[in-house]
Design a protein around this ligand. Structure first.
Ligand SMILES: Cc1cc2nc3c(=O)[nH]c(=O)nc-3n(C[C@H](O)[C@H](O)[C@H](O)COP(=O)(O)O)c2cc1C
Length: 485
């Protein structure tokens, strides 16, 4: 029988941890968000459906994005024990200059439509965190204003080549004059992807006031008050537009752009050039021959070609084959600092976040972007410590196994075709696809012998039925745009 007694004040006192309640609702909201997905949920509550869906949505059936996120979930980490991880450094050089974190803010169009503070919020937050901010050609803040918001930090300008090349290059010129250090040339939008959510929502730029949007606004008054009482939505670099996003892209963009054009663009830019949207090894090699400073493995967050290769799956082989000649960056699907650490371990020098940044922005403007960066930074540092490493340089492929659940099925076709060469049709779907070849080679690659200097990796042997990550070549300390032999 349990003996009971009256509680004594002296026993209860140490348990009482009442804190003064946080009166600022935004601070309370953001502090309660512990993950990027928490920020996403807040963002969804506070943003009109059409603007939220424009941000969250991807192309066609949105398979690419789901797979990219799944691939990150299917990571298995291999930690080492008994390492002194009292200090951890999350910075290094990217494109010849320091970054405080191995991630930066990806270029996104129409950003002020998601939340009125838009790019300025992103640039301020990036400045505070010591990470690069990328302004899109379709941005809603002027190049010079972004520079003013991040005067001493790193600003990158993302170029879409328009049919009117003089106007495109005038933007490039303005970005160079404003001191942007890197030109990101996006190459995966020859035409607009089919963003079906936008069609279903009747989404247009600027957002149209219809009965539906007004009703949708009722529970989200702050967005509408911001929208109606601040500078009208205009493009940093375009005249006002009225129509759907897809119409805009198809009207403006030049579908004839090719490698020769890229060479020419590169000659016009005084700083670093990174090509964003690379999706196979052959293209990566051609870009190295052109001498670009970096490539971004990306499928545009799944917003262009649906069922495109998963950038994280391409990473090991591309990093191994071209990582000694150019920096390999990666985006698409990143929702956690652990995704970033895994990418660095498999050979990425840098990663970019699109939606993770925008969820923060929609959840709480500039403070929300700060929260996104804070969450990811803490996750990066914690994951590194738990893996037993003190610096990004110590991360290596042995720290990560990409589990087999999402291995492209075409790999089996490749293996089968190799076994029966006579029956292989050159046109056979998937068997000759770059992704299939990439994974087949990655799987066949012998595991890198552990470096004697890095005991952390020495006994790491992925034992499970899994796809071992291929071993990238030794990572260059800084970008070297040398030609492939
Ligand atoms: C709402 C939105 C707008 C975007 N606009 C652009 C753009 O103007 N230019 C560009 O190169 N990429 C654009 N992207 C793609 C991002 O730069 C990045 O590749 C992608 O968001 C990464 O995937 P994630 O959202 O899963 O992080 C956009 C992405 C989103 C979500």
């Amino acid at each position: 029988m349990v003996q009971r007694r009256f509680p004594k004040v002296r026993d209860l006192a140490p348990l009482m941890k009442f804190k003064a309640p946080e009166l600022n609702a935004k601070k309370r909201r953001l502090a309660a968000a512990l993950t990027i997905d928490d920020l996403r949920k807040i963002a969804k509550r506070r943003t009109p459906t059409a603007a939220f869906d424009y941000t969250e949505g991807a192309a066609e059936a949105e398979i690419s994005l789901g797979r990219a996120r799944q691939a990150f979930q299917d990571i298995e980490f291999h930690p080492s024990i008994l390492r002194d991880v009292s200090t951890v450094s999350t910075g290094w050089d990217v494109l010849g200059a320091p970054v405080a974190q191995p991630f930066g803010i990806a270029p996104t169009g129409f950003t002020r439509m998601m939340q009125t503070e838009g790019e300025i919020a992103g640039a301020h937050a990036a400045a505070r965190a010591g990470i690069p901010f990328a302004l899109s050609t379709m941005g809603t803040t002027a190049i010079e204003d972004v520079k003013a918001a991040n005067p001493n930090g790193r600003n990158w300008f993302q170029l879409y080549m328009w049919k009117d090349r003089d106007r495109s290059m005038a933007l490039v010129d303005r970005a160079a004059k404003s001191g942007f250090d890197t030109l990101l040339v996006t190459v995966d939008v020859p035409v607009a992807g089919a963003r079906l959510r936008d069609k279903r929502n009747g989404f247009s730029i600027p957002p149209a006031l219809t009965l539906g949007t007004v009703v949708n606004a009722l529970p989200r008054p702050e967005w509408w008050i911001n929208f109606l009482t601040t500078e009208p939505l205009a493009f940093a670099s375009l005249d006002r537009w009225s129509g759907t996003v897809a119409e805009l892209l198809d009207t403006m963009f030049d579908p004839t752009v090719d490698f020769e054009d890229l060479k020419w663009i590169k000659e016009q830019w005084p700083g670093k050039v990174v090509v964003k949207g690379v999706q196979n090894l052959e293209d990566a090699k051609r870009l190295v021959d052109i001498g670009v400073d970096g490539i971004t493995l990306s499928n545009h967050g799944g917003r262009q070609l649906d069922r495109a290769p998963i950038p994280f799956h391409l990473l090991p082989e591309v990093a191994r084959e071209v990582g000694a000649h150019t920096e390999v960056h990666l985006d698409t699907g990143i929702m956690s600092g652990a995704d970033i650490v895994a990418s660095v371990a498999l050979g990425a020098r840098f990663t970019m976040i699109g939606r993770a940044y925008l969820y923060g922005l929609m959840a709480g403007g500039e403070a929300g972007v700060d929260r996104t960066i804070e969450i990811l930074s803490e996750q990066v540092a914690r994951t590194m410590r738990l893996l037993g490493v003190n610096s990004l340089e110590e991360l290596e492929p042995g720290h990560v196994t990409q589990l087999a659940r999402l291995t492209p099925i075409a790999r089996q076709a490749t293996d089968a075709a190799a076994a029966v060469p006579a029956r292989r049709s050159p046109a056979s779907v998937g068997a000759s696809s770059p992704a299939a070849v990439s994974v087949a080679k990655a799987t066949a690659a012998p595991k890198k012998p552990a470096s004697p200097k890095k005991p952390a990796a020495a006994k790491r042997a992925p034992a499970k039925a899994a796809t071992p990550a291929a071993t990238p070549a030794k990572r260059p300390a800084t970008a070297k745009a040398s030609k492939l032999p």
